[in-house]
Design a protein around this ligand. Structure first.
Ligand code: ADP
Length: 249
């Protein structure tokens, strides 16, 4: 089993922002294909910086990233194509219609037109967006925008999905339906990296968890392994023991 290529391999990643802030202080982690992996940590821990470094939105000082064995820097296009990202910040072009958001994204990733149409239909249907397809993004609610971001991340049929705080600011009902959908995607073989500071979300969804604090991985194991190691009944208890302070929910 040793030589199976991991979906994501991060080695000793360091990132200093131009103001001198060290956001990642030698982060290493490996995510096996098909896993549902949670990256947990307080605000400011470095979760978004890690995701951004993997997809080249942030330039790390040093370290290596591989996506299914492809170097994320030297083989940027191949590596990037395998990743879908739903970022924390809503970053939709508000003048586009829902359908245009999806089709433009597919165009950017070189998905053939007919295939893109099919895929857009599937995803519009899946996310309950069919009736909104011609609506401009800026006329829609926050929850709708969140769904569009999910659909957009999936348009080029990625192998790994990064979900950065996907349910922040989302109402309970949508949160549960998003959970259900993410779980289904994972059961279908998609590798998922979820960042969250909602511990019950991690408890519910993640089979493996890395805790990050102050730009360093503080612990990493399967959810069950962490609970056993820290003699804890829940992910929340693990989190509190590892971080040594009250979680900022
Ligand atoms: P998280 O996603 O865990 O909340 P981030 O990766 O967003 O954490 O931030 C990690 C640290 O880097 C924080 O201290 C944050 O203030 C800082 N940071 C993030 N982006 C920038 C930036 N563009 N310039 C300077 N500092 C930044």
């Amino acid at each position: 089993m040793e030589d199976i290529v991991p979906a994501l391999k991060v080695e000793d990643l360091r990132k200093t922002y131009s103001n001198g802030l060290l956001a990642l202080d030698g982060v290493s982690l490996e995510i096996q294909a098909g896993r549902f992996f949670g990256l947990l940590g307080p605000n400011g821990a470095g979760k978004t910086t890690l995701i951004n470094s993997v997809v080249s939105l942030a330039r790390p000082d040093s370290g290596r990233v591989e996506v299914f064995g492809r170097d994320a820097h030297r083989e940027f296009r191949e590596a990037r194509r395998m990743i879908g990202v739903s970022p924390q910040e809503l970053n939709l072009d508000k003048f586009l219609t829902v359908e245009e958001v999806l089709l433009y994204h597919a165009g950017y990733y070189g998905v053939e037109k007919r295939k893109a149409k099919e895929r857009a239909e599937e995803l519009l249907e899946r996310f309950g967006l069919v009736g909104k397809r011609k609506d401009r993004v800026n006329t829609l609610s926050g929850g709708m925008k969140r769904r569009i971001m999910f659909a957009r991340a999936l348009m080029h049929d990625p192998e790994v999905l990064f979900l950065d705080e996907p349910t922040a600011g989302v109402d309970i009902e949508l949160r549960y339906s998003l959970w259900e959908y993410i779980r289904e995607l994972n059961r279908g073989g998609l590798t998922i990296l979820l960042t969250t500071h909602y511990l019950e979300e991690a408890e519910e969804l993640c089979e493996e968890i890395a805790l990050i604090d102050d730009g360093r991985i503080a612990a990493q194991d399967t959810s069950a392994g962490l609970k056993a190691r820290y003699d804890a009944r829940s992910v929340e208890e693990v989190y509190l023991k590892v971080m040594g302070h009250v979680a900022d929910q």
